[in-house]
Design a protein around this ligand. Structure first.
Ligand code: NAP
Length: 248
């Protein structure tokens, strides 16, 4: 039997990068996948088609995770179409890096809204359904930067650290109903988000990692799959790094 057979998952921000890798892993393990995106219409359509081949069931929704009403509408549409929500992966995220001295209010607000408020929005929206089901697994994509900080990323680090406090509080509030909430802290994962960096910087990072490579989207998807499945039934309120040993 596949790990996610019969389960319905919502993944935010899955038109590319880590979210896409998670969507692929979930469908391969039998989940019905609803994923969101904001601007990549063609990539989302292509992914929906790729995931729907054979026995796969997947649907893309254009929905801004940072918007409270759109988050609720997304969950309502998923419940209407698929009947339940077993797994929520809060993956959508952006960077607007700059030293604090040069950081604009807009760069601060955008990152907090899209990375942190989105997690509140979607968790609130799925709560009622999961409470009724008396089960659920919520997985929040933080970052090693949320654990250790990083010069030039004070907005991003604050958003990712905020996710950790939120995760632990939700785990405490909802544990009695068998709803689990965990966070993943990826290190340096090579995606479009990191393609924007120059090659010398990237090689420097690879060299400084104990496992001597950047992570792949599969590395993060494998942990997400474990936390989404019943294999992790007694794990909640945790932050797990996927970082090749970057932070110890
Ligand atoms: P990415 O390649 O830039 O992809 C980001 C995804 O989020 C895209 O699908 C994008 O949709 C979507 N998105 C952006 N804003 C959204 C919004 N308001 N509502 C819904 N979807 C939205 O990023 P990634 O590298 O895969 O990162 C995914 C997550 O992992 C992020 O939370 C990031 O902070 C975290 N992370 C990444 C790394 C890394 O090294 N890559 C390390 C640690 C943590 P569109 O395509 O439509 O714009």
């Amino acid at each position: 039997m596949k790990l996610l057979e019969g389960k319905v998952a919502i993944i935010t921000g899955a038109s590319r990068g880590i979210g896409k890798g998670i969507a692929e892993a979930f469908v391969a393990q039998g989940a019905t996948v609803a994923f969101s995106y904001v601007s990549s219409d063609e990539k989302a359509k292509a992914l929906e088609q790729e995931l729907s081949k054979g026995s796969g069931v997947a649907k893309g929704f254009k929905s801004d995770a940072a918007d409270f009403d759109q988050a609720q509408a997304l969950v309502d549409a998923v419940v209407e179409e698929f009947g339940r929500v077993d797994i929520l992966v809060n993956n959508a995220g952006i960077t607007r890096d700059n030293l604090l001295m040069r950081m604009t209010e807009e760069a601060w607000d955008d990152v907090i809204r899209i990375n942190l408020k989105s997690v509140f929005n979607l968790t609130k929206a799925v709560m009622r359904t999961m409470l009724k089901q008396r089960s659920g697994s919520i997985i929040n994509m933080s970052s090693v930067v949320g654990v250790g900080g990083n010069a030039g990323q004070s907005n991003y680090a604050a958003s990712k650290a905020g996710i950790l406090g939120f995760t632990k509080s939700v785990a405490q509030e909802l544990g009695s109903r068998s709803i689990r909430c965990n966070a993943i802290a990826p290190g340096f994962i090579e995606t479009e988000m990191t393609d924007a960096l120059d090659e010398a910087t990237v090689q420097g990072w690879r060299d400084s990692i104990p496992l001597k490579r950047g992570g792949t989207t599969e590395d993060v998807a494998n942990l997400t799959l474990f936390l989404a499945s019943d294999m992790s039934a007694y794990i909640t309120g945790q932050v797990i790094n996927v970082d090749g040993g970057m932070l110890m």
